[in-house]
Design a binder for this molecule. Structure first.
Ligand code: UT7
Length: 330
């Protein structure tokens, strides 16, 4: 096996059909379009309904990425699904493998909440860099609407459902220029989708837990502060590792959590507004999907072009955060 470089050569995305705008939201909880837009920038979000599942939207996104990359499902060696909301807790990547017919691909799920896509990108790159695999499909997908507390106005207005995918391929030169990943479990309480069990006695001395996951809880102000402090730091570190200066960045592609967070981070890094990719007005915070969804839209709109340098950063529950600097395309 020979060491190899990594190129990100295709993207795809998919979102559920149903769109709930802020007006609709204000029928559910005491809120307003004015509050949501001024505090977050979000105007509407897509919600999975009916037969739409994580694997169905992820499979559509994956097909788009494979088509753009010009490879077939048979070519895939590995499928990584970054998600916190699998259809099956044992993992949903294999369901996507089956739907694609990617017979030779190894599959697994990876959970790092809203940082999942960046963590997945770095994980996938290691398999390619070591020469083990040639073609990897990385999907970021979440249906957080399954776990939102629809009576909690502090969180329910923020999230939406979606999927994005990219194909990574072995290449002569390495186009993943630098990265940095971080975790801090001491702040885990800030953002939770926690399992809660009732005790069930099987036999004397065998009280097992039986329960379910509880709706999302978040300390919004803490997470906001964390993002503003940690994300510029981690991007700086990744740029340093890439030996790239801020001016060389063509696009800042942040996890789409809140327009105020995007604006403040861009300002701290001295990156002009026209380089900041934002689509959260239409989709809200789609967790692991937000970066590949925004990437795919910008590529398909012709904004991101081959060889452009992208600084991408994810942050969220865990707490986890990370950044990756890469050149788009072959
Ligand atoms: O992907 C994971 C990453 N998550 C994030 O990045 C979230 C980071 N945090 C945020 O984006 C912001 O903290 C929020 C958008 C969640 C909240 O914005 P904020 O400016 O920090 O508002 P706040 O929590 O300080 O609340 C201000 C007021 C409160 O009322 P009082 O106590 O001042 O009377 C809230 O009860 O706004 C109230 N409020 C709302 N009002 C109308 C909270 N949510 C709503 C709402 N509609 N939906």
């Amino acid at each position: 096996m020979q060491n190899s470089g990594v190129a990100i050569i295709g993207s795809g995305s998919a979102t559920p059909v149903a769109s709930l705008d802020n007006q609709g939201m204000s029928q559910l909880v005491e809120t307003s379009d004015e509050w949501i837009v001024s505090r977050t920038g979000i105007r509407e979000r897509r919600l999975a309904t009916g037969s739409e599942s994580l694997s169905t939207i992820a499979t559509i996104a994956s097909r788009g990425a494979l088509a753009m990359a010009g490879i077939t499902p048979d070519d895939l060696d590995l499928i990584i699904l970054a998600t916190s909301t699998p259809d099956d807790l044992f993992g949903s990547a294999s369901e996507i493998q089956a739907q694609l017919g990617a017979v030779k691909a190894v599959t697994f799920d990876l959970t790092a909440a809203c940082s999942g896509f960046i963590f997945g990108l770095v994980t996938a790159a290691q398999y390619i860099r070591t020469g083990l695999y040639q073609n990897i499909l990385l999907i970021g997908a979440d249906i957080l609407s399954r776990w939102v507390d629809w009576e909690d106005r502090r969180t329910c207005v923020l999230f939406g459902d979606g999927a994005g995918a990219v194909v990574l391929q072995a290449a002569a030169s390495d186009r993943l220029l630098g990265f940095e990943l971080r975790s801090d479990g001491t702040q885990n309480q800030c953002l939770k989708l926690a399992y809660k069990a009732q005790s069930q006695r099987l036999l004397e001395g065998f009280d097992v837990g039986k329960g379910t996951y509880q709706p999302i809880t978040m300390n919004g102000q803490e997470v906001y502060r964390f993002a503003l402090q940690r994300v510029p730091e981690v991007i700086d570190k990744a740029l340093f590792r890439a030996n790239i200066s801020v001016d060389q960045i063509d696009w800042l592609l942040l996890h789409q959590a809140n327009q105020r967070i995007l604006d403040a981070i861009a300002q701290r890094l001295n990156i002009p507004e026209h380089k900041v990719i934002s689509n959260l007005a239409q989709y809200g915070n789609t967790s692991a999907a937000s970066i590949p969804l925004a990437l795919d839209e910008a590529v398909r709109q012709g904004r991101i072009q081959s060889d452009d340098i992208i600084a991408a950063s994810g942050f969220g529950a865990g707490l986890t955060w990370g950044a990756a600097i890469f050149r788009w395309g072959r």
